[in-house]
Ligand binder design. Structure first.
Ligand code: ARG
Length: 462
């Protein structure tokens, strides 16, 4: 097996070590970006007079031929090539002859791999952002239909206060919004060109880094050649942002799983996204949210993995950096799969169960705060009112009555200020409507929040 360094070395690589060293098995995913980066490199070399125009044209034509060979399936580099960069260079020399050997002038695989990875990640960030928008779209659509649908709101997974279902769904719209913001912000740091940094120190040749950066759509060129070939903080930032996307999807998953249980029955799973049991005929399982919840683990793992790869590396490039790829690739594919699956789940995999939801908010003591607020409106200090209602709740629990079932005469034995209008004041719909503070669950607030979220979504359309 010949390698570019065959003339320097006396012996060939042990075949097992060759396999151990090779990254072609996974960095093949970068091929389109490697080709695009090399096309820009060839054009820059001609632009600066380092190679002749005709030579650059031959290189570009050869690279584009490799692209079509790849797209048609004709180009499938194997292990002999070590990595995608050598695979492309080797094929280029086969196609265009010796001029192919000029492509790597003024460049190292170190700045090349950084360029490829940044181009690839920039592309993937844009598609993850689009998928987050699709996920928000279905949440917004469901929220629109459910402003006045009530659902118990929980703290400590104990019934706390009833809320609008739309308000609950809009909480996830906000999380997805911040997820997009994080990706958009880190994209700026991804979109910097390391190309032309060489192996670590730059080059003696009169290259024009700004020219190639511009061809590749980078916003700027990196400032320091050592830093540009050896840092991966942008990838870590992406893994962090992805971990948070998964945290959010996983929390929603957990809720859907609870909601679909016999204990909650807030939603019914449709046949589109559920599976049966191989043994228990009655079962319908929420596999989709369970898988999303489970897959979050691998993404968090990749984040910790890359942090650990980086933490002890002396400047500049070290082969450890080849370990940046698989976790990053898996993260992108996992985040995209999970976003797609959750969007489908919300669109056609679950149906809210309105009777059950209405029943739920009517069968508990989650209107107790509002009974206290009733007294507050009559001038009784909140802490005192809170104590009075505590006594009434205890009475209700002992006598097996909900607050609305306790007679007004009984209420008045706890405090003389209670009158018959109390019952209307502790109706779930009334108490939800009354929480009219900005960002609260009151229907007016939810409608306004929905309008703002909708406008923001429309604004973000590209
Ligand atoms: N396959 C390598 C990687 O992924 C490319 C860079 C190799 N550079 C080197 N000096 N060995 O990091």
């Amino acid at each position: 097996m010949t390698t570019p360094w065959s003339q320097r070395f006396e012996q060939g690589l042990n075949p097992a070590i060759h396999r151990f060293n090779a990254s072609i098995g996974f960095d093949i995913a970068l091929i389109e970006f490697d080709l695009t980066g090399s096309v820009a490199q060839a054009k820059m070399l001609a632009h600066t007079g380092i190679i002749a125009d005709a030579e650059a044209q031959a290189l570009v034509a050869g690279l584009e031929q490799i692209r079509s060979e790849w797209q048609s399936g004709a180009f499938q580099p194997g292990i002999e090539s070590e990595d995608i960069h050598y695979a492309v260079e080797r094929r280029l020399v086969e196609i265009v002859g010796d001029v192919g050997k000029k492509l790597h002038t003024g460049r190292s695989r170190n700045d090349q791999v950084g360029t490829d990875l940044r181009l690839w990640l920039r592309f993937e960030i844009d598609s993850v952002v689009e998928m987050l928008r699709d996920f928000q779209r279905i949440l917004l659509d469901l929220a629109k239909e459910n402003v006045e649908t009530l659902i118990p709101g929980y703290t400590h997974l104990q019934r706390a206060q009833p809320i609008s279902l739309a308000h609950h769904l809009l909480a996830y719209v906000e999380m997805a919004e911040r997820d997009q913001e994080r990706l958009t912000q880190l994209r700026k740091r991804v979109n910097i060109s390391p190309l032309g940094s060489g192996a670590l120190a730059g080059t003696v040749l009169p290259i024009d880094r700004h020219f190639s950066a511009q061809l590749l759509g980078f916003d700027a060129v990196s400032e320091n050649s050592l830093d540009s070939v050896s840092d991966r903080d942008y990838a870590i930032e992406f893994l962090n942002a992805s971990s948070l996307v998964l945290v959010h999807l996983s929390r929603l998953s957990e809720e859907v799983i609870l909601w679909a249980s016999q204990e909650f029955r807030f939603v019914t799973l449709t046949d589109r996204c559920a599976t049966g049991s191989s043994l228990m005929p009655q079962k319908k399982n929420p596999d989709v949210p369970e898988l999303v919840r489970g897959k979050s683990g691998r993404v968090f793992g990749h984040l910790v993995g890359l942090l650990t790869v980086m933490k002890g590396l002396p400047l500049a490039y070290n082969k450890d950096l080849q370990e940046d790829k698989e976790g990053l690739f898996d993260t992108v594919s996992t985040v995209k799969q999970c976003l797609e699956a959750m969007t489908i789940l919300l669109r056609e995999g679950i149906v809210f169960n309105p009777e059950r939801l209405a029943g739920a908010v009517n069968e508990d003591y989650s209107n107790a705060t509002d009974a206290a607020d009733y007294l507050v409106r009559k001038g009784i200090p909140f802490r005192e009112a809170y104590g009075v209602i505590g006594g009434i709740v205890k009475h209700g629990i002992t006598t097996g009555q909900l607050l609305k079932e306790i007679s007004i005469a009984d209420w008045q034995t706890f405090h003389p200020a209670f009158e018959a209008d109390l019952y209307a004041a502790i109706e779930p719909a009334t108490i939800v409507a009354a929480r009219n503070s900005y960002g609260g669950t009151g229907f007016m607030q939810v409608r306004a929040a929905l309008a703002r979220a909708e406008a923001r979504w429309q604004n973000g359309a590209t």
